[in-house]
Write a protein that binds this ligand. Structure first.
Ligand code: BG6
Length: 374
């Protein structure tokens, strides 16, 4: 089980490793679609990943000594990075830059402070993210990978690696891996946070242990979210608005919807809409608003009123209740983990919308599970 490889005129013996894609992972366990199966697996894989880090089976690095953090990734992995940025800058008081890898690899990056580059990648084989990682290493910058596939290039070449325990993810549009990327970033931010007391941290950790059960309760109410999909699946343009971490949630909610249902969708900073894009809002334009951050909820409410005055049809996803219908309310939990209770609702809405549109959900047109070329 070896192959001989010639590289730089040298003979190298390479051990053949078989992939860990188990039969169980390839089975749909009664689900018609991998995407739905993988969303419904989220509580189990979340429990497995949280337990590994909370019980210190895998050490979470303390990143508080770094002055600057760059989070570099593609697609949903980059949107997980936006959640990480919100938490690290808000609670760990870190200067964080989030950039798509295809930009980062060609930009003139000034490494003038003690910097950590975090690469997020489910497959660990995305060409742009590999290039960004190698750019950091060429500049002698520490790299930390949050990665699912343990035998991947990014897992092998990064200095530190934090594995998520998503198991094989088959559907092209990521769901469970994204949730675990957010969970690991949240734990990193919690560990690096100096602005809360040890007692507060312990309380948050107790809440985190309860998170998989809370997530399962949310997923069990999927019919409620499917009712929303029934109201929007014929739309051609859908907007998602939010502020701060709610905007980061909107970015993933919007990408999920468009990549599987092919409905044009745009996530927008709620406070920025008025500077141009609001011209596209007309009678019955569908707008999803995400409101979980207490300190800016009144601002987002006023942005909702702005678009409603132009005829928009509003759907609200929140940890509080604002309207009797077209609203999903999830339990309120600490800010580190709140996105993990919100995004799966948007994943399920995207899934059902695509199903109602008879889309090829697990293999959307033109998309690849991992883009290993530029
Ligand atoms: C896209 C996938 O091609 O690449 C997305 O469809 C994913 O789901 C993105 O988020 C990045 O891939 P990876 O493997 O680097 O996380």
């Amino acid at each position: 089980n070896e192959v001989i490889v010639i590289k730089d005129n040298k003979i190298i013996n390479k051990k053949i490793e078989t992939s860990d894609i188990t039969k169980e992972a390839k089975d749909k366990n009664g689900y018609k679609y991998y995407m739905l199966k993988e969303i419904m697996e989220e509580p189990v894989v979340l429990e497995k990943t949280l337990e590994k880090y909370l019980s210190n089976k895998e050490e979470l690095p303390d990143i508080s000594s770094y002055e600057e953090i760059h989070i570099v990734a593609c697609g949903s992995a980059m949107y997980a990075g936006l959640i990480g940025k919100s938490l690290l800058s808000e609670y760990a008081n870190k200067k964080v830059i989030v950039e798509v890898a295809s930009e980062y690899r060609y930009q003139n990056i000034i490494y003038d402070r003690k910097t950590l580059v975090i690469l997020i990648s489910q497959s660990g084989e995305t060409a742009d993210t590999i290039a960004a990682m190698r750019k950091a290493k060429e500049n002698n910058i520490d790299t930390l990978a949050i990665v699912n596939v343990k035998t991947s290039t990014i897992a092998r070449e990064s200095d530190k690696k934090l594995y998520i325990e998503a198991g094989p993810e088959i559907a092209v549009a990521t769901t469970k891996a994204y949730i675990l990327q957010v969970a690991v970033l949240s734990l990193l931010a919690l560990k690096a946070t100096k602005s809360i007391t040890l007692e507060e941290k312990d309380n948050i950790i107790e809440e985190i242990k309860n998170l998989p059960k809370m997530l399962k309760n949310i997923l069990d109410k999927k019919q409620e979210y499917f009712e929303i999909a029934k109201k929007i699946y014929k739309e051609e343009n859908i907007f998602f608005i939010g502020r701060k971490i709610d905007y980061a949630i909107c970015m993933e909610g919007s990408l999920k919807l468009k990549e599987v249902s092919y409905i044009h969708s745009e996530a927008y900073q709620a406070g920025e809409l008025k500077h141009g894009t609001i011209s596209l809002i007309e009678e019955n334009t569908v707008v999803f608003a995400v409101i979980t951050e207490d300190d800016i909820k009144d601002k987002t409410i006023s942005n909702i009123k702005e678009v409603m005055s132009r005829g928009a049809k509003i759907f609200i996803i929140s940890n509080d209740t604002y309207q009797g219908k077209n609203q999903v309310t999830v339990p309120k939990i600490n800010a580190f983990m709140q996105p993990i209770l919100v995004v799966p609702v948007l994943q399920l809405i995207a899934f059902e919308t695509a199903r109602l549109r008879n889309c090829d959900i697990d293999k959307p047109k033109n998309l690849a599970k991992s883009v290993t070329v530029e």
